[in-house]
Design a protein around this ligand. Sequence first.
Ligand SMILES: *Cc1c(COP(=O)(O)O)cnc(C)c1O
Length: 421
Amino acid sequence: MKNSTTEPPGSLRNTVSNPSHTVQIAKAPSKGRLRATKTKFSSVDQLVFATRPDMPVHIVRPATITSTAKWFLKQFPGDVLFAVKTNPDPIVLATLAKAGVAHFDVASLGEVKLVAENVPSAEMYFMHPVKSREAIHAAYYDYGVRSYSLDSLEELTKILQVTGYARDLNLYVRLSIPNEHAAMSLCGKFGVATHDAAELLIETRKVAAKLGVCFHVGSQCMDPSAYVTAMALTANLVRETGVKLDVLDIGGGFPSVYPGMTPPSLSSYMETIRAALKAEPLFASCQIVCEPGRALVAEGGSTLVRVELRKAGMLYINDGVYGSLFDAGTPAFVYPVRAIRMGGEVSQQMQEFSFYGPTCDSLDVMHGPFTLPSDIREGDWIEIGQLGAYGATMRTNFNGFRSDATVEVADKPLLSIFGTN
Ligand SMILES: *Cc1c(COP(=O)(O)O)cnc(C)c1O
C-alpha cells in the first residue's frame, strides 16, 4: 500500500488511491459517524486505507460468527441459546439466526424487544432471575415469552401473579454453583444455594409446564470439569427432592482464547459434557440447553482504534474502558493486537505497551501488556481482537466519546480458538 505522508489529524480525504482500485468516500463532516458510504470491506486494512477513521470502529466478521455458530449447533447435544448481552448488534443477531441459532437468552425487556425486531422467529428465554413486574408482563403478553428463570420463592410468586397463574410457563431454577475455574465469577449475585434449593424446586414443579434447572459455571471457564461438577450437584438435588426434571440448562461459560489465556479445546468441553450426560440416567429424558455468549461471538469482532499520542510505553488511544474495552480495565483481559500504518512500514521489533482511553478518568487505563511494534506512534491504527464478546455492548457516551461506527469485514480474526487447538 503506497500512500502519501501522514495526514494532519482529522483531515478529510475524499479519494484514497491504492494500487488496485479507488474508493470514493462520502464527505460527511459530522462527528461520530464513519466517513464512508460503505459498511462492508474485504479486510480491516482495506477499511483503514479507504476511510482513515478518526473514531473507534466496531468490526463484525459475519463469516467467523457463522462458522462458530454452525460448529456449536453441530457439537452441542441440545439447544443452543445465544446470550444476547454479549453482543446485541443487529448484524450479529441476524448472522446467528441465519446460521441456525433459533433460541436467545435475554435478560431485559430491551433485549426482548431487540430480538423480536431482528429475529421475529426467535424463541426467547428470559434468564434474569430478578425481573420487574412490567418486564414480565410485556414479555409474556406482548412477546410470547414462556421461559423464565428464578432463584427465589418471591420471584416465583411474582411471575405467577403477573401472568395470572399461567399454565404454560417453563420455569428454570437457577442454582448457585462453584465458579472456581472461571476468569469471571457469576455465582455471587444470582442462584439459590444447593442446600436451599429443594423447597424452591418442589414449589416450582407444582406450577411449571416444564421444570428446568440452570446454572452458570462463570464466564471464560478454563476447565470443562466445572460443568461435570455442576451437573452432578443438579442430579443429586433432583434425586433428593424427587421432582421430575424436564430441562437441564448448563448455561454459558465456554471460553475463547486470549494472549496468555489458552483454554483446553472447545471440543474437549463438548466431549466432557456429552460423557457426563451419558453417565447420568436422570438426564436421559431431559431436554438439554446451553447459553453460550463469549465463545459464540468473541472471535467474530474487533475494535479498530487510533493512537492519538504516545508517552514512552503508554499509548493514548481513542477507545477505552467506558467504550468497548471495559474488560481490558479492571478485569484486565489482554487482547490480541495488530498495528496498521498508512504509507509506511512499522518496525519488526516488538515492545509491550499499556493503553490510556480517551476519557478524563484515571480509571480509563488498560495495562495489558499489549505487544506492538516498538515505533508505534500517533496516527497509527490498532486492531484489537476478540472483542466480538463483551466489547461494543459495554460502550457508553461518557465524556462524549461513544462511537456507533460498525462495519463488516471478510478477513480472518487475529486469533482463533479453532486454530490453537
Ligand atoms: C452472561 C450470561 C451468559 C453468557 O455467558 P458466557 O460466559 O459469555 O458464555 C449465559 N447465561 C446467563 C444467565 C448469563 O448471565
